[in-house]
Design a protein around this ligand. Structure first.
Ligand SMILES: *[C@@H]1O[C@H](CO)[C@@H](O)[C@H](O)[C@H]1NC(C)=O
Ligand SMILES: *[C@@H]1O[C@H](CO)[C@@H](O)[C@H](O)[C@H]1NC(C)=O
Ligand SMILES: *[C@@H]1O[C@H](CO)[C@@H](O)[C@H](O)[C@H]1NC(C)=O
Ligand SMILES: *[C@@H]1O[C@H](CO)[C@@H](O)[C@H](O)[C@H]1NC(C)=O
Ligand SMILES: *[C@@H]1O[C@H](CO)[C@@H](O)[C@H](O)[C@H]1NC(C)=O
Ligand SMILES: *[C@@H]1O[C@H](CO)[C@@H](O)[C@H](O)[C@H]1NC(C)=O
Ligand SMILES: *[C@@H]1O[C@H](CO)[C@@H](O)[C@H](O)[C@H]1NC(C)=O
Length: 496
């Protein structure tokens, strides 16, 4: 078995190309999706090891931020168009007359946000700004004054030259959750114009003069407060995120942050724990991640660095869950034509025991956790264990044939399908040593050929089927990765 040291770390690069991502969901749930985009930027989870190296690294580049901004603004527009506002009423003096008014049925008819910017603020977080934005809003008015008849009608409100800049601080909490906080919010509104659709001239001069000022100051007071409230909700959402993500019936993954997000001019780095546990047992594996880095590139929106540690904890979890202990039953053997007819070609002695064609059953047991290594474009997995081979005789008696130790070297094929990292194994080599035999001694290389056939045709497909659910990748902005590029680089760790 090959020893896998902590000196060389594999790195899986998952690149999301520009324009290579699509937004899931129909137009009907876009408002909800937008909320989720801001609220569930990353499922960051509990259980934290202070000052630990990460098992997974995520980098979002300026390209990724720009992509998120474009989608975010689109969804913001749609949401504003659907927004409902409360009516408001009061009393206002107009030429010594006290006038009661009610403004109701606000409806945003159009929004234009021609210029938006997003950038990273090193050491702090993210800045989002909007320039020259405008909106057209319609609403109803009604007024009543002493000695005057009541009157009502509609008006249109034009808001233009709106500038807004918000900066939110990105950090983490003591339990490894992502945390966001409004750091700064600056608003300036160039003009608010009211146009009454009907009404007498005094009402016109009363309402337009008073409403323009009142609406202007209401917007000034409320927009930043509203944003702060939304960001607090987003933060609360982050803190409520699940502790562990279920992968399948056997394993769970911990995505908690192991350090505060690091914001640079061109990107943000998130260090995630990236440990995979067997379901129900969150004992940390007996090894720790070694430091590794992501390359300094910005041509993709998102980079995901996967460490050896991540894969080692995965194989350990699956080993503990018994996924590498496999019994090929009579039914599976029959379905794959795994019979003594094939075994006979490799082990002629078998003919003495089984004259007719009988199904062959295999019992494979991993005796130690598989070793993994990620190296220049390959992920390798070595599985050591034992194998027992039986034949099912026509009278249903299980006839033991032989047993031995088995070491297999497999190549892990990593693909990303539907936001999941899927590992499928391909057999490269196997080595067999005979321990016991009921058919005398035979040529080991022939048995190896048979086992190699059985593993390729039957066993590996069974393991791949169990691994087939894949590892859920951190869910970024509810986007779907399209055409992700997987690259493995060798990254020398700095400390070992
Ligand atoms: C205006 O509102 C005040 C307080 O709600 C009320 O007392 C008054 O009667 C109202 N005046 C008119 C003309 O409706
Ligand atoms: C969890 O796994 C560890 C390591 O295999 C073991 O020592 C421990 O007893 C397990 N705990 C439970 C509750 O099964
Ligand atoms: C897998 O098989 C080995 C060898 O028989 C055994 O020691 C181990 O407990 C099994 N693992 C599981 C999870 O069943
Ligand atoms: C099994 O063998 C039968 C007869 O030789 C053949 O018809 C069938 O296609 C085989 N099935 C598989 C899964 O190879
Ligand atoms: C089943 O068949 C085998 C070989 O023909 C024989 O040795 C064995 O005794 C039989 N077992 C039973 C339970 O009949
Ligand atoms: C088979 O593997 C076991 C441990 O899994 C080992 O103790 C034994 O020496 C091996 N036997 C041979 C013949 O390789
Ligand atoms: C890896 O898996 C993908 C998807 O399952 C498949 O299309 C591809 O051919 C596999 N690569 C190798 C080298 O087997």
């Amino acid at each position: 078995m090959a020893a896998v040291g902590g000196v060389v770390h594999g790195l899986l690069l998952l690149r999301m190309r520009k324009g290579g991502a699509s937004w899931r969901g129909g137009p009907s749930d876009k408002g909800e999706k937008m909320r989720k985009m801001w609220y569930s930027f990353l499922p960051c989870l509990l259980v934290l090891q202070l000052e630990a190296n990460p098992g997974l690294k995520v980098r979002i580049t300026q390209k990724g931020l720009d992509y998120g901004r474009k989608i975010g603004i689109e969804l913001l527009k749609q949401r504003v168009l659907k927004e409902t506002f409360p009516s408001w009423s009061g009393q206002e003096s107009f030429s010594l007359v006290k006038v009661n008014y009610t403004i109701s049925r606000f409806k945003v008819d159009a929004v234009d946000i021609p210029e938006t910017f997003a950038s990273f603020i090193p050491g702090t977080g993210v800045s989002l700004s909007v320039a020259h934005a405008s909106a057209t809003i319609s609403a109803d008015w009604s007024v009543a004054a002493w000695l005057l008849s009541k009157d009502q009608g509609g008006f249109t409100l034009f808001i233009s030259e709106l500038f807004l800049e918000i900066v939110f601080k990105v950090s983490w909490d003591s339990t490894g959750h992502l945390s966001v906080l409004l750091h700064n919010c600056q608003l300036s509104i160039g003009s608010v114009k009211v146009q009454l659709n009907e009404g007498s001239s005094w009402i016109y001069s009363f309402l337009s003069g008073f409403l323009e000022k009142a609406i202007h100051s209401k917007l000034d007071e409320n927009i930043c407060l509203n944003i702060e409230y939304k960001i607090q909700m987003m933060d609360a959402q982050f803190r409520k995120q699940k502790v562990l993500s279920q992968i399948d019936a056997f394993a769970q993954i911990d995505y908690s942050l192991v350090s505060s997000p690091a914001v640079f001019k061109s990107h943000i780095n998130l260090d995630l724990k990236g440990t995979i546990y067997p379901v129900g047992n969150h004992t940390d594996p007996p090894f720790v991640p070694a430091p590794f880095g992501l390359p300094n590139k910005g041509d993709s929106m998102l980079y995901l660095g996967v460490s050896n540690y991540f894969l080692k904890s995965a194989t350990l979890a699956y080993y503990r869950a018994g996924i590498f202990n496999i019994t090929i039953s009579k039914d599976i053997a029959t379905a794959f034509n795994l019979t003594t007819a094939i075994l006979k070609d490799f082990v002629p002695e078998i003919a003495l025991h089984c004259q007719t064609v009988c199904p062959v059953i295999l019992k494979l047991m991993a005796t130690s956790p598989p070793a993994v290594s990620l190296q220049s474009d390959t992920c390798s997995l070595w599985i050591t264990g034992s194998v027992e081979v039986f034949a099912v005789l026509p009278n249903s008696t299980i006839q033991y044939i032989f047993a031995g130790n088995l070491t297999t070297s497999t190549r892990g094929n990593l693909t990303v399908i539907k936001q999941k990292l899927i590992i499928s194994l391909l057999l490269k080599r196997l080595q067999f040593s005979l321990l016991r035999s009921a058919v005398g001694f035979f040529q080991i290389s022939l048995v190896e050929n048979f086992l190699s056939y059985a593993l390729r045709r039957v066993v590996i497909p069974v393991i791949n089927d169990k691994l087939g659910k894949g590892f859920p990748l951190p869910n970024l902005a509810h986007t779907t990765l399209v055409g992700p590029v997987i690259k493995m680089n060798q990254v020398r760790s700095s400390s070992s």
